[in-house]
Design a protein around this ligand. Structure first.
Ligand SMILES: [Ca+2]
Ligand SMILES: [Ca+2]
Length: 269
């Protein structure tokens, strides 16, 4: 097999004398390079370029030195925007963007419960567990973001109302007496009462009504001796109302029959 030659003739690279390389390079730099601010990219970006670079179609950004003095902007949301929370432990959602640099990027963040005392800066993430300040009421959480160039943003904030007091529960009626459709005689004293459970252990008050008329206004006793009247013989509707002092009420009804008393037996003569 015939051997193929790469070069048919001797190939030689002749370098210029060393003493002429540096002056040539220096003249090239002086001739082509100059610095100007390019207002079309960003008023705060300083771009260094040259006509020779642009003739070579390398673009300006690939050869630019970018100085970023624009801080990030962002947003903070507490507990996905809920108005209330019953716990000091909340979840913050962070969302920030940076501009002003060729490759602007949010790098760090820090937090505050009062807008003046800030937590240690930490890497920027989109979600963070946070503890609200002590005490009930409106709570504000502040955040600041930093970009890669070191610019800290202004503070951004969100608010939530901390309410650790559990909501009031209404009284729950467990039982009552007399039982429905019980029978009494005219003139009897009928003992009316209920058993109630209040989940908050509130002090309860009771009111007693017969056929819609109050026979005993609010008292702390869970029972009431109702004096029936002679001649008032019919079906009676008894209502017992209960309240817990925090706006919660409950009521229950029962029905009784009032009959005439049997006539006194005739005395034997
Ligand atoms: Ca920036
Ligand atoms: Ca209650």
């Amino acid at each position: 097999m015939k051997e193929k030659k790469i070069f048919s003739r001797p190939f030689k690279i002749i370098l210029p004398p060393l003493k002429t390389i540096f002056p040539t390079f220096f003249i090239f730099l002086c001739f082509t390079a100059f610095v100007y601010a390019d207002p079309t990219v960003h008023p705060r970006n300083l771009v260094i370029t040259s006509p020779r670079i642009e003739r070579l179609n390398l673009g300006t950004t690939a050869n630019a030195i970018n100085i970023d003095i624009v801080p990030p902007v962002g947003r903070i949301t507490i507990n996905n925007g809920e108005d209330y929370t019953d716990s000091r432990d909340v979840v913050l959602t962070l969302d920030a963007v940076d501009s002003g640099g060729i490759m602007g990027r949010v790098t760090q963040m820090q937090f505050s419960n009062d807008g003046s005392h800030w937590s240690t800066a930490e890497p920027y993430v989109h979600s963070k567990n946070w503890t609200l300040s002590e005490g009930e009421g409106e709570k504000i959480v502040y955040v600041k973001f930093k970009d890669r160039a070191g610019n800290w943003s202004e503070s951004f904030s969100d608010a939530i109302i901390l309410d650790t007091t559990p909501p009031n529960q209404p009284p729950q009626i467990m039982s009552l007496f007399p039982q429905n459709n019980s029978k009494f005689r005219e003139g009897d004293i009928v003992s009316i009462g209920i058993q109630v459970h209040d989940p908050d252990n509130d002090n309860l008050e009771y009111r007693y009504l017969v056929d819609g008329n109050v026979v005993q206004d609010w008292i702390s006793s869970a029972s009431y001796p109702w004096q029936t009247q002679i001649g008032d013989v019919k079906l009676k509707t008894i209502t017992i109302e209960v309240r817990d002092g925090h706006g919660a009420t409950a009521s229950v009804e029962t029905h009784i029959f009032l009959f005439r008393k049997p006539p006194k037996p005739q005395s034997e003569e």
